[in-house]
Design a protein around this ligand. Structure first.
Ligand code: FES
Ligand code: FES
Length: 157
């Protein structure tokens, strides 16, 4: 199958039962997206963006993503990656870090469509992303801080 992965046209062999998560990790060797509950689709650790929307990559066959545009943490530009890292470190929003890449991609999708989200909007957007470590408050702080660091608040005013 062929898809656009992090801005480049790529081809990979995908078994009939392979999920997008399988293809990203085993086919392309990417490691940001995690398997927390595959194929349940209920923890959010495997979240990536497809055509600009956040999706859980474990719950659908890879074949469904033929020709689509997939973006993972590895494909974020350096400024954006640094902003997310700084925000998570400053807010103390990452402990074991297992959930973090999925949360970043979910939140990145949110900020792209809503550069100045309210705290409630952030909480609603992240409702499907489970974290066993942080208690979530610091994650909400981190997303608010990331929006500031990226200057997206100013960009919208
Ligand atoms: S591993 Fe995909 S939602 Fe949990
Ligand atoms: S930081 Fe450990 S699961 Fe979220």
């Amino acid at each position: 199958m062929r898809l656009t992965l992090n801005g480049a046209s790529r081809e990979v062999r995908a078994g009939a039962d392979a999920s997008l998560l399988d293809v990203l990790r085993d086919g392309f060797g990417l490691r940001s997206m995690k398997d927390g509950c595959a194929p349940e689709g209920s923890c959010g650790a495997c979240t990536v963006m497809v055509d600009g929307r956040a999706v859980v990559s474990c719950a659908q066959p890879a074949s469904r993503f033929e020709g689509r545009e997939v973006l993972t943490v590895e494909g974020l530009d350096a400024v954006t990656r640094t902003a997310w890292a700084d925000a998570f470190v400053t807010a103390g929003a990452s402990q074991c870090g297992y959930c973090s890449p999925g949360i970043v991609m979910k939140a990145e999708a949110l900020l792209r469509r809503s550069p100045r989200p309210s705290r409630d909007e952030i909480a609603r957007a992240l409702a499907g992303n489970l974290c066993r470590c942080t208690g979530y408050t610091k994650i909400l702080d981190a997303v608010e801080l990331a929006a500031l660091l990226m200057g997206r608040q100013e960009a919208r005013t």
